[in-house]
Ligand binder design. Structure first.
Ligand SMILES: [Fe+2]
Length: 209
């Protein structure tokens, strides 16, 4: 993973709080307001119910412990504050421990529509909702464990592999009863996930269009 970014993760105070500025909170408000408006007829029920459980504030960036208060009882997951970018070793280690890495910065307005580095909005709004789903949460932890074991193999090359399983999970669409449905299943991509076939079909109809 290329360790270059203009963003720096915000550090919490001694009580674990991050004091985001009004400008940063306003960016969160812009992002969540427009995303909520466009996902209602596009996201699957699992994603929407996960968001409902998270009950994210729309006027400020949430503290990670607020997210943890929902994730932990639901599926045993917690967030983990990390720098803007982390290496593969750390990434998979955290996933294997049911901890989802969240960089604690938020994008600037010039990057409102697209940002290369995952920021706190991307991680919490985009990922944490599905981590309230038991099947997806278990799959993600399993993926992390496979990543750890693969990383331990000498000579294994990660670049390009980390996004591959996700792509396979998200991208397949079929037409059911006249409407298109994105069906998630996991192809056994060796050596990234040699024993993952048992998890295929763990999730269905993530998105419908
Ligand atoms: Fe992501």
């Amino acid at each position: 993973m290329k360790q270059q970014t203009e963003y720096i993760a915000r550090q919490p105070d001694s009580a674990g709080n991050i004091d985001y500025s009004d400008a940063e909170n306003a960016i969160w408000k812009t992002l969540i307001t427009r995303q909520m408006a466009c996902i209602q007829d596009a996201a699957c029920d699992e994603f929407l119910s996960g968001l409902e459980l998270l009950d994210l504030p729309d006027d400020r960036i949430p503290q990670l412990r607020e997210v943890d208060r929902v994730l932990e009882p639901a599926t045993g997951w917690k967030t983990a504050a990390v720098p803007a970018l982390i290496g593969f070793d750390r990434f998979f280690e955290l996933l294997s421990q049911r901890r989802f890495p969240v960089a604690t910065f938020i994008r600037s307005r010039k990057d409102l529509d697209y940002i290369k580095e995952p920021d706190i909005f991307h991680e919490i709004f985009g990922h944490c909702a599905m981590l309230t789903n038991r099947h997806f949460a278990d799959f993600t932890a399993h993926y992390g464990k496979l990543g750890v074991s693969a990383t331990l193999r000498k000579g294994f090359i990660w670049p390009g592999c980390t996004g591959l399983p996700w792509s396979l999970v998200w991208c397949v669409t079929v037409t059911v009863s006249g409407s298109s449905v994105a069906v998630s299943f996991l192809l056994p991509v060796k050596p990234v996930m040699p024993s993952a076939t048992k998890h295929r079909l763990a999730l269905l109809s993530l998105y419908r269009f």
